[in-house]
Design a protein around this ligand. Sequence first.
Ligand SMILES: N[C@@H](CCC(=O)N[C@@H](CS)C(=O)NCC(=O)O)C(=O)O
Length: 277
Amino acid sequence: MSPDVPSSLTAVVAIVCTVLLLGIIKLRRHSKGIQSWPKDVVLLHHCGKGPYAPSLSPFIIKLETFLKLTDIPYEIVRDYKLGPKGKVPWMEYNGAAMGDSQLCMEYLIEELHIDIDDHLSTTERAIGTSFQRMVDEHTYWLMVHWRWAFDNEKLCLKQAKWGLLALTIAKHVQKRATYTQGAGRHTKEELLNILRKDLRALSNFLGTKKYFFGDKPSSVDCSIFGQLSQFLWHLPDSEPNVMLKDEFSNLREYCERMKNTLWKDWNNSLLFPAEHT
Ligand SMILES: N[C@@H](CCC(=O)N[C@@H](CS)C(=O)NCC(=O)O)C(=O)O
């Protein structure tokens, strides 16, 4: 045996030990990072970028738009985990985990004494609440039904690397959900007519204003932008997409305005950062 063997063996053992040690240190740092929350920073749990908008979930875009609008410090955690309500988005704030975009926003507004709606009258607040409920609880379901029942190509989902198994399971789950909710019982024509009425209500109320209640965005703009983002950027060339762009051009301009004003990092938040509307 050559006299070099013991020293090469020692070198190999030393390298293996170093690699193992570094791995353990990295793992410990990672789990420590999860347990120690950065103070006063929202950890926004996110399930991955969308191809042409920052998420395929309108509620993630809604909550992140709110964080940008209010200048609340936040970090994105891309972990594909579901939150305490079994849905995304969810957030952690100073150690507390919380689900539901609207509840998260209301919690932060109260906790941090933020009133982004302080320029609204009581009547405007009431109208804002109604529009928020309409887009998040009604228009949203029309998008889900379209995505899973009528968007045969599912291009954006495939571009976001949804594999065949994930698509098959999600289609089954979402079709059941839309059927139970009710939107899933509509034909394509019915869906388009119902959607047109939602969009018309939004478009007529917006009129020539910059945002829903004038020159300053308010909390309802986060919901509206989040929901419209999917029709505008994640159903390319579909009938809902063409309807939004051609029949309700003020809503399209509004989305561009929200994007350009609040999302300075929009392009970096996309899977395909090219200009795309
Ligand atoms: N009301 C909730 C709705 C959230 C929601 O429906 N998220 C969808 C993704 S867009 C989800 O997590 N779906 C999974 C499921 O329902 O199992 C919110 O405002 O956050």
